[in-house]
Every structure is written in structure tokens, then in C-alpha cells.
Ligand binder design. Sequence first.
Ligand code: C5P
Length: 226
Amino acid sequence: MAELIVALDVESADAAERLADRLPGLRWVKVGSVLMGREGPDLVRRLARRGLRVFLDLKWHDIPNTVAGAVAGAVEAGAAMATVHTLGGRAMMEAAAHSAGASLALVGVTVLTSHDPAGYDRALGRHGTDLDREVIRLAGEAMAAGLAGIVCSPREVGMLRPGVGPRPWIVVPGIRRAADAAGDQVRTATPAEAVRQGATHLVVGRPIIAAADPAVAWEAIQREMG
Ligand code: C5P
């Protein structure tokens, strides 16, 4: 069964914990670089001590030794999942996976959803990159390096699942119910569609955080996931 992860995109640890308190049966939360920068690993420890599984989304991309050290810190703080950039390369991902061991699932970011083909080509000094093929290529690199899964747009899940097989985690943000405001998300999918395509973890922020009653939105999304 797919898991619902609430993105704790709020201004403080207190606000994050207040939100977590309001969501019955909450299992997974995502801490990103904004909250982590403000509150530090103590927040991860506090959330993990409450029995929550913490997805630490810091998208590491550095030399292998540094990323391995960052992963070790995440394991020590009690995180259950974390992100690295697949463009950090095979050696970096292998060092990260080795450092993660069995207690932390590492998932790889392929092509950032903020890139368009021209911007991506410029960043990499290439011409004519087909972004779908690039996402498939980078997902393959992540699998070969021993990562537990990948992060992608919900519209890419159907394209990736056959290539990676049934086991790897596929983690997707950009989830919106029919009535939700899209905000800055462009290529969205509904909770039911993401699950049907083979996503294992759905990351949802504003449709829950900004709802009049976050608990009602949380339960409605869970229902839609089936
Ligand atoms: O509020 P919303 O549901 O759009 O939040 C989605 C979360 O997933 C945010 O924390 C955002 O930073 C993250 N994310 C994303 N798109 C990506 C990777 C991460 O929206 N490609």
C-alpha cells in the first residue's frame, strides 16, 4: 500500500509539531532544507522520537566522502529516507548507499521539475536532450548504484516503473485532488492516479497545510489513495 508523506513546509519546529499533532494516524513527514536550516537535526530527532518516519529532503550533491558523512548524520538523527541528486554520479551514490546501510532508504532525484529542455542543455553543455530519456537514464544509474528508489513527477511514474521493476520506491510530489489549487506545481496528478501508475510514496504539502482543516484534507487524500 502506498504511503502518504506530509511535507512540513512550515516556519518552525513548533508549527511542524502542531501540524503533526492534528493528523490522526500520521506515519511519514518530510523535512526540507528550509525547516532543516532553521531548526537543525534536533527537529528530526524529536519527530523520530514521536514514532514518525522522517523523510529528510536535502538533495545532496557533493563529493562522495562529504555525502557519505551527511548520510551518516541523517542516520544518527533518525531519518528513515533521504534524497541525493543522481547527477552527483555513480561513486557518490554508491558511497551514500554504503553509508545509509539498512536503516535509511536513499532515493535519487533525476531531473529537477524546474528544468526545461533548454535550461537543462545549458547547465550540462549539451544539445537536444530528451528529458524523458534523461530521467530514465538517471533512474537506471540510481538503481545500479544501489539506491532504494527515485523521486520523480507523478507524470513520470508510468514511464519509469517498467524499467526499474516492482521493488524500488517511487516517491512523488506534485499531488493535487481535482479541487486543489495547483500553486506553482505544473505537472500534477491526483492521489488515485499516482498510486495507479505505481508510486509508493506520495508527498503532499499545501493541499494539507493550507486546508481549512488539515485533518479533513489528510483523510480525504488517504481515501483517494485507496
Ligand atoms: O505544497 P506541495 O504539495 O506542492 O509540496 C510538495 C513538496 O515536495 C514541497 O516540499 C516541495 O519542495 C517538494 N518537491 C517538489 N517537486 C520536486 C521535488 C520536491 O514539489 N520536484
